[in-house]
Structure formats: C-alpha cells, structure tokens
Design a protein around this ligand. Structure first.
Ligand SMILES: O=C(O)CCC(=O)C(=O)O
Length: 438
C-alpha cells in the first residue's frame, strides 16, 4: 500500500493522452446532435443583442443591468475602456516586445529555447502567425491594466468580486495568414461548482472582419449539454457553422470584450487580402477560491499570484502587489499550472482541497487523466464524502478506486506481456462512461 501512494518510478506522465481517453469514451458513450438554436433563443428574449456595446458610463451607473447582461450571454462589449493614446502606446510596446522575444528565441541555444518560449509565450491555438505574448508590468502595461480595470470596476466586482486574482496578463497578436482557430472554451468546469474565470480582451486598434475578430457564441457558457458535446467532438469539426455561426467582435480601438471562460469562441482568420496585425491586450480574473484547471494561465511567473483586483483599481500612484503572499504556495501553483508534472498537480489539487476550493475536483480529475492513481483515490474519497460540490456517490467512488488500483498495477508491471495502454483503457471503460475523470 505504501508504494501505491506515489507514481511508480519511470511512469509515463502522458499516460492517459487526451486522444486515447476520448477514443475510449467515444466507444462507450453516444452523444446526440446539438440543438443548434437552443441557446440563441434565450439571447433574443433579452431584446438587447449580446454584442451591443455598453459604455463605461453604463457600467458606472447601471452595474446590475450590465452584470445581468454578462451573466445571460456570457459576454459583453464595452466601448472606450482604454483611451486612444494609451492604445497607441501599448500597441507600440507590444510590437517591440514581440520582436525582442522573437530575436531572443532565434539566437538562443536549442536547449534554452523551450524554456524561453514557455516563459514568454502562452500556448495559443493555431500558432502560425499568432502569438500569445505574456506582458511584463512595465509602466505602459501597468497604466493600461489600471485604466481598463477602473473603467470596468463595477462589472468586475459584480462578477468575480473585489478580491479576484489576476491570473492572466498577456496580448494576443495575429498577423495576416493566421488561420481561424477551432471553436473552444478556455475552461470546462461545467460539472463542478468552480466559478468560471472572466477574461477582458481589449482591442489596441480597430478590429475589422478581415483581421479575424474573435467569434463568440452568446449563451453557450451556460449549456452543459453543449459543453459536453464539444468536449468529445474532434477538433476539426468544431467550426463556427457547427454552432450556428456565432457573432463577430469587430470594434473600434479601446473596446473591451468581456467573456466568461466557459463561452464557446475562437479567434478568426486574419486574411492576406485586407487583413493586418490584430493585437488584443487581455487580462483574466479569478474569483477567490475558484481555481479552474483548464486555462492556459498566460502570465509571467514573476507576476503570478501577486496581484488582485482590489490592488489594481486602488487610486494610488502605482499598481501595488499584494503585500503578504505565501511564496511556497505561489511556487507550487506555478509549477502545477505548467501541467507537465503530475506530482505537482496532485500536490496543488490537495492544497486546493484543503482550502475548500471546488477547483480541486477539476485538478484531481486532470491529474487522474495523467495517470496518477492517488488522484483517483482522493476523488473516490470526495465522492464518498460528497465534498466540494460532488454529490455523494458510492458507485462512482468504487469505480474510481478500482481504476486507481488497476492503473497502479498497470504502471508497476514491467513485464513483456503487459497490455498496451489502449487495451487497459478498454478494460476500464466504466470510469470513462460515467465521466468520472472529465
Ligand atoms: O484571437 C482571439 O480573438 C481569441 C483567441 C483565443 O480564444 C485563444 O487563443 O484561446
């Protein structure tokens, strides 16, 4: 039993590659077609189209209406959150910073490249001609962060609360020839009690149709059926047409697109004919004690865990970091969020569990998918106790327990006759059929 508490030495951390799990899942579960218009009807009832822009004054004088709009549609546009001069300054800063990072990468020795890349660039989908540039808190960035946040203060406080943590600070850049992304969500979490993240994208120049604006699917953040369907759909099939076309977030410079992280969306194709560089400065806020697993968490390590909404909106001469932080916890969070070390992920998940954060369920599931038997055992225990939003379910607990033991034996088995991973998964379909690790 003592051996069982850790991953066997030499275990492959990509033990349960997503594709293999999905293949196993597809064999046991049949998903009916999506009701393409189901969520759009709701949007029409509101009478105020989802992407009809609000003004900064609307946010200040009628915050409740603006929060309701955001909660109903999962997105909202707000005009003039960043002044034109500030957009210009940040745009120049971003271009220079991207060039600096690219030059650095081009001259770095191959063994350092991967590390440098991870440090400075987020893992954006469809990387050709598209970058996710993590931003330092240089004065231009800091001032823009504060200006946007102050202008949206009541909308943010009304959704993620004043103590929300800053978990992303970055800029999406796409150049002509960038292809459209597949439709995706930034975080799942629809089966847990974990609140979604809130992302604010700010256009630093006009965004025209030819530049491949963000395409959003209003109302989809709240549709578990659709989210479940998306999670097993092959990426290539996730086209905007599959989900009813979507709405294009074209806009003048300085406009914010505020978005729930569970909303279906994608970056559009930046066309060679008529397109030009599109830069979206963005920040993501996390409601306290709601640590999602899915996000790419694009923020420089030096800034992670050190800024919250309360400090950023404060009318002080500069944006101050949180005075007292737990350095050890920040280090653990950074290492877990790289998502390549199942032990760090497990340690972080257990920390979240201790803190009463329902995100623990997502982190344990993700660590279980990485093949860590102990993550499955903790989940089993949480199903027994009905903890952090999970309903007590002894059958689920038993399936997870059996899976954990099976997994451990499979990992520990060094014999020639050991079944292939796919075979092992096929013999343990119940855990997938019941979606206990998703
Ligand atoms: O480029 C955009 O407009 C959105 C990008 C995005 O959704 C992503 O990279 O996850």
């Amino acid at each position: 039993m003592a051996d069982f508490l850790s991953l066997p030495a030499g275990a492959n951390v990509e033990l349960l590659p997503r594709e293999a799990v999905k293949a196993a899942l597809a064999q046991v579960a049949a998903f009916p077609g999506v009701q393409q218009d189901g969520w759009r009807d709701e949007a029409e009832v509101a009478g105020w189209a989802p992407l009809d822009p609000m003004s900064v004054e609307d946010v200040a004088v009628a915050p409740d209406t603006c929060v309701e709009h955001l909660e109903l549609h999962g997105c909202a546009m707000v005009r003039e959150v960043l002044r034109p001069e500030a957009c210009e300054c940040l745009k120049d800063f971003v271009d220079k910073e991207l060039q600096r990072v690219q030059e650095h990468l081009a001259t770095a020795p191959p063994e350092e490249r991967r590390h440098l890349e991870r440090l400075n660039l987020g893992s954006v989908r469809e990387r050709q001609h598209r970058w996710d540039l993590k931003l330092p808190l240089a004065p231009t960035v800091r001032d823009a962060l504060r200006e946007v946040t102050q202008n949206l203060e009541k909308l943010l406080v009304g959704t993620v609360e004043l103590d929300a943590g800053l978990v992303e600070l970055s800029c999406l850049i796409s150049d002509p020839s960038a292809v459209r992304q597949n439709v995706h969500v930034d975080t799942g979490g629809w089966k847990t009690r974990c609140a979604p993240l809130l992302t604010v994208f700010v256009a630093l120049q006009e965004v025209t149709e030819a530049m491949g604006p963000t395409v959003v699917f209003p109302g989809t953040h709240d549709d578990p059926y659709l989210q479940q369907w998306l999670s097993v759909m092959p990426s290539a099939q996730r086209t905007p047409e599959q989900f009813g076309g979507g709405s294009l977030a074209t806009c003048p410079p300085g406009t914010a697109l505020v978005m729930n992280s569970r909303l279906l969306h994608c970056g559009g194709a930046n066309l060679l004919a008529g397109g030009s560089r599109r830069r979206l400065f963005y920040m993501t806020w996390q409601k306290p004690k709601n640590t999602n697993h899915g996000s790419t968490y694009s923020i420089l390590d030096a800034l992670a865990g050190r800024y919250d909404l309360r400090h950023v909106v404060r009318r002080t001469p500069t944006v101050e970091a949180i005075a007292e932080v737990d350095e050890e916890r920040i280090a653990l969070e950074i290492s877990a969020k790289k998502k390549d070390d199942p032990q760090a992920m497990l340690d972080f998940a257990l920390r979240l569990r201790q803190e009463g954060d329902p995100g623990a369920v997502e982190w344990l599931r993700a660590t279980g998918r990485k093949g860590h038997p102990l993550a499955c055992m903790h989940l089993a225990e949480m199903y027994c106790l009905g903890e952090l939003g999970l309903e007590t379910n002894y059958e689920a607990a038993e399936e997870l327990r059996k899976f954990a033991f099976g997994l451990f034996s499979h990992l520990a088995d060094r014999s020639e006759t050991k079944p292939r991973l796919q075979e092992f998964l096929e013999n343990h379909t119940e855990v997938f059929r019941q979606e206990l690790l998703f």
